[in-house]
Design a protein around this ligand. Structure first.
Ligand SMILES: C[S@@+](CC[C@H](N)C(=O)[O-])C[C@H]1O[C@@H](n2cnc3c(N)ncnc32)[C@H](O)[C@@H]1O
Length: 218
């Protein structure tokens, strides 16, 4: 297991954390957790406030292809692929790659980028049993598996390890200080499980996870 920032190529965005913290209610959390139109393309209080393709994942896709030494014919799975932005850019960077994406959101899959519509489907991250051991050359789960409760998250990490042979990358919500934790908790809408880095590393170890990881820190 190793820490690596696979998203370093993304432009840094400034989040208006205080504003959402003030407006967060149980109803807003409920709506966000439906992962419907409101979460992706509704008001900012429900989630992204507009999740649109703009090519920003291309540098990330290049880094992924380089890191996992991906080539045409290799299989890549994106868990929580949303509208398929990363999959589209992976295909652009590495033509011939066999990409697959799963996401629990019907809305996201309905609005997926046309180039990858045949390679994505609605499926829960908790169900990876159809894939054989080491099936994928790389498995990615970016800001997705912290949306599962702890026991399901642990089981899913074990499955990610199994189907990727450790050629995987997970990025999850974390915080570094008690103040950071407080800020995160006032801001978070969907994450069911979160922890300090040490807690996450314990969980990764328990799952036998040997891939790459990094934190999203608000
Ligand atoms: C914060 S978004 C991240 C999307 C994309 N990976 C990215 O980094 O832009 C979280 C995604 O995980 C999906 N998701 C949440 N729970 C999931 C689950 N149990 N199984 C599969 N996808 C899930 C959501 O629908 C959403 O598309």
């Amino acid at each position: 297991m190793y820490k690596i920032d696979m998203l370093k190529g993304l432009p840094k965005t400034k989040r208006d954390i205080a504003k959402r913290g003030e407006s967060k209610t149980p109803e807003i959390i409920r709506i966000a957790r439906e992962y419907g139109e409101e979460f992706f393309d509704g008001d900012r209080k429900y989630g992204y406030g507009g999740y649109r393709y703009d090519g920003r994942w291309i540098p990330v896709a290049k880094d992924i292809v380089e890191h996992y030494k991906l080539k045409a014919g290799d299989r890549v799975l994106d868990i929580g692929c949303a509208k398929g932005f990363l999959l589209k850019d992976l295909l652009q960077v590495c033509p011939g790659l066999i990409v697959e994406g799963i996401d629990v959101s019907e809305y996201a899959i309905e609005h997926v980028e046309p180039e990858v519509k045949d390679f994505v489907r609605v499926q829960n991250a908790t169900d990876l049993s159809e894939y054989s051991d080491g099936y994928f050359a790389a498995v990615l789960a970016i800001n997705t598996i912290h949306n599962l409760p702890k026991e399901q998250l642990l089981a899913t990490l074990k499955e990610i390890q199994r189907i990727s042979s450790g050629n995987a990358y997970v990025q999850v919500d974390s915080y570094l200080t008690p103040e950071g934790k407080e800020l995160f908790e006032s801001w978070v809408l969907t994450a069911e499980y979160h922890d300090y880095p040490d807690g996450w590393i314990e969980l990764f170890k328990k799952a036998g996870y040997t891939g790459g990881y990094n934190w999203t820190i608000v």
